[in-house]
Design a protein around this ligand. Structure first.
Ligand code: NAD
Ligand code: TYD
Length: 350
């Protein structure tokens, strides 16, 4: 069956993996990748699919209401996979309103365009990609399930929680066909080096201090980004409308243990003496309102749709480290912002 899918945020970390998966796996689908190319968006991430006949890049901002409405009218999408967002907690602490604008208003504008344009609801789907951070923070034990009440604690998670509520409100009020997933922390290639894992890899390589917040005892559940993309694929095709699914790695790590593991892997890869990179670990001031622990119970997704993570964490981390070591140019580009000027220019001239 042919489908016309709008993927938002496809030039970012997770979005680029989702776009690549859909473009390659479903040549009968047409994929429009809408992205504003903020600091986190990089079309270079999708160089390998750029020329494919079923792929089109659309530069644009989800908070631009008239542009989004026109786009829905002109392109006639029958599905949306919505990933575009401001995604970094530390940035949300510094500039919360940017998160309200993109994550709350931007999502509402997309939902509204879908509502206005999808007169016939049969065969339509609005898939909202969200985070486990909406559930708040766990103590030493327990897991987030789909029934866990929302309790967001950072401006980032509050903005995502709000967008989740809008998605469900559009389903209940207008009958918009929606599905949603809430995923734990992702890792893998093309991850902007401001988040824990790529930042540590880059700093280890460059012999720079490894800033561990507080005592390093906060716990995150890590999932390989390709496994998240596979979950999105299965939920998009088989998930029940109006439902939400938790996605997680069953893979909890204290930050400090994870940083030590990365140091050991990198010592080997870089031919350093065992323990050399760990000397770079530097404890720094804790993040304000730092959530202690996230842990996902992904049983529903496993039981209903048969999804489970495909990769052991150590293997995934090695692959990730290898990718960063082989793609220093990518890191230099994204950190300097130079690629952005280049692409902004390219698209401005079209
Ligand atoms: P990212 O920051 O790497 O990418 C976000 C993308 O959205 C970028 O390409 C950016 O240019 C684009 N974008 C930002 N503002 C936009 C706007 N106004 N209009 C159009 N495009 C815009 O983020 P990510 O880590 O890939 O996360 C993608 C989605 O997955 C987000 O919704 C995030 O909340 C969710 N999520 C992320 C994680 C994670 O671990 N990274 C975990 C669970 C859920
Ligand atoms: P991050 O990758 O920002 O993801 P999130 O905050 O969405 O979970 O951070 C993961 C964990 O690592 C979190 O507990 C904060 C911590 N952290 C550090 O200790 N040092 C750092 O430099 C960064 C970026 C994060």
């Amino acid at each position: 069956m042919s489908r016309k899918i709008l993927i938002t945020g496809g030039a970012g970390f997770i979005g680029s993996h989702v776009v690549r998966l859909f473009v390659n796996k479903y040549p009968e689908y047409t994929i429009g990748n809408l992205d504003a190319l903020t600091y986190a968006g990089n079309p270079e991430n999708l160089k390998d699919v750029e020329a494919r006949p079923n792929y089109k890049f659309i530069k644009g901002d989800i908070t631009d209401e008239s542009f989004i409405n026109q786009l829905f009218q002109s392109e006639g999408f029958d599905a949306v996979i919505h990933l575009a967002a401001e995604s970094h907690v530390d940035r949300s602490i510094m500039d919360p309103l940017a998160f309200v604008k993109t994550n709350v208003l931007g999502t509402a504008i997309l939902l509204n365009a879908a509502r206005n344009n999808w007169k016939e609801k049969e065969g339509k789907l609005f898939y909202h990609v969200s985070t486990d951070e909406v559930y708040g923070s766990l103590g030493e034990t327990g897991f987030f399930t789909e029934e866990t009440p929302y309790d967001p604690r950072s401006p980032y998670s509050a903005s995502k929680a709000s967008s989740d509520h809008f998605v469900m409100a559009y389903h209940h009020t207008y009958g918009l066909p929606v599905v949603m997933s809430n995923c734990s922390n992702n890792y893998g290639s093309h991850h902007f080096p401001e988040k824990l894992i790529p930042l540590m890899i880059n700093n280890i390589r460059n012999n720079k201090p490894l800033p561990v917040y507080g005592k390093g005892e906060n716990v995150r559940d890590w999932l390989w980004v390709n496994d998240h993309a596979a979950a999105i694929d299965v939920i998009f095709h088989k998930g029940r409308t109006g439902e939400k699914y938790n996605v997680g790695g069953f893979n909890e790590w204290k930050n400090i243990d994870l940083v030590h593991l990365l140091c050991r892997i990198m010592d080997k890869k870089l031919g350093r003496a065992d323990g050399e990179s760990a000397k770079l670990i530097t404890y720094v001031k804790d993040r304000q309102g730092h959530d202690l622990r996230y842990a996902i119970d992904a049983t529903k997704l496993n039981k209903e749709l048969g999804w489970k993570p495909s990769l052991q964490f150590e293997e995934g981390l090695e692959k990730t480290v290898d990718w960063y070591l082989e793609n220093q140019e990518w890191i230099d580009h994204v950190l300097s912002g130079s690629y952005q000027q280049y692409y902004q220019q390219q698209y401005a001239n079209r």
